[in-house]
Design a protein around this ligand. Structure first.
Ligand code: SAM
Length: 241
């Protein structure tokens, strides 16, 4: 089943970064997912088309104006259906990781609200938002890049999105490990040769070597990933060897 993504954004042109390039562009062309946007600016009624408003209590910074945002979201829900999951991108949300990406990919209608300024009115979050997600502990100027990060990662999980069906499963984190190193031609580069096993043609040996590399890297770079992850007998043997 395909995924429909709606975005509420003041900067829809930013989304050409995913609609016009690479895997996400091909997935759009193949109908594996759909991408639509609604701009709160199109739902303003004043002549300046105002999309921000002053914060109660004063202080620096503005807040997204409520009515244009609400109307844009209403339009999105009307077009996509009330059963769409509405997500607000926010540094205060659940932090995205590959597990979260897999969970999100199980949905077929997602509406992302990209905040700007100091964000959106708290009562809108309470009334309209199903889930708040963050892409990390730092502050961006707007939710658009965060939404694109999530959309790109989710689309990679959709059946048929990657040319090679296996590759999503072999990426870092899919099996709770970092990926193994990759090599391509030439065989000697800056005096360094490709690990010999990769030239051997022995697929089961290659698979074990890659698994061992992935385990070793994870242990060196991200040991905490291994802490909660049970190891198979083969993995234990490889780590010991
Ligand atoms: N005042 C807000 C705070 O400190 O929680 C930050 C507002 S930020 C300047 C503007 C918008 O960028 C937010 O409404 C949110 O949509 C988006 N944003 C910023 N950092 C983000 C992050 N780490 N993850 C997801 N969205 C983020």
């Amino acid at each position: 089943e395909s995924l429909t993504v709606g975005v509420i954004t003041l900067f829809p042109e930013m989304f050409t970064a995913i609609s016009d390039s690479g895997i996400t562009r091909r997935a759009l062309q193949q109908g594996i997912f759909k991408l639509q946007w609604w701009n709160p600016r199109d739902y303003t009624e004043d002549k300046h088309r105002t999309v921000d408003d002053r914060p109660y209590g004063g202080g620096p910074g503005m807040v997204m104006k409520v009515e244009p945002l609400r109307k844009a979201l209403q339009a999105a829900k009307q077009a996509m259906g009330d059963d769409s999951k509405v997500i607000y991108l926010s540094p205060q949300g659940r932090q995205l990781d590959q597990q979260g990406v897999v969970e999100l990919a199980a949905n077929n209608k997602l509406i992302f609200i990209a905040g700007r300024y100091e964000g959106i009115d708290e009562r809108l979050i309470e009334a309209e938002i199903d889930e708040e997600w963050s892409i990390g502990d730092y502050v961006l100027s707007g939710g658009e890049l965060a939404a694109m990060v999530m959309i790109d990662a989710v689309v990679r999980q959709l059946p048929g999105a990657l040319g090679h069906e296996q590759s999503a499963k072999e990426d870092s984190f899919a099996e709770g490990l970092l990926d193994c190193p990759h090599y391509t031609r030439p065989e000697v580069l800056a005096g360094k040769t490709v690990p010999e096993v990769l030239l051997s043609g022995d697929h089961s040996k290659i698979r074990r070597w890659r698994l061992k590399q992935a385990l070793g890297r994870t242990w060196q770079r991200r040991p905490e990933l291994l802490e909660q992850r049970p190891l198979s007998q083969e993995e234990q043997d490889l780590l010991a060897s």
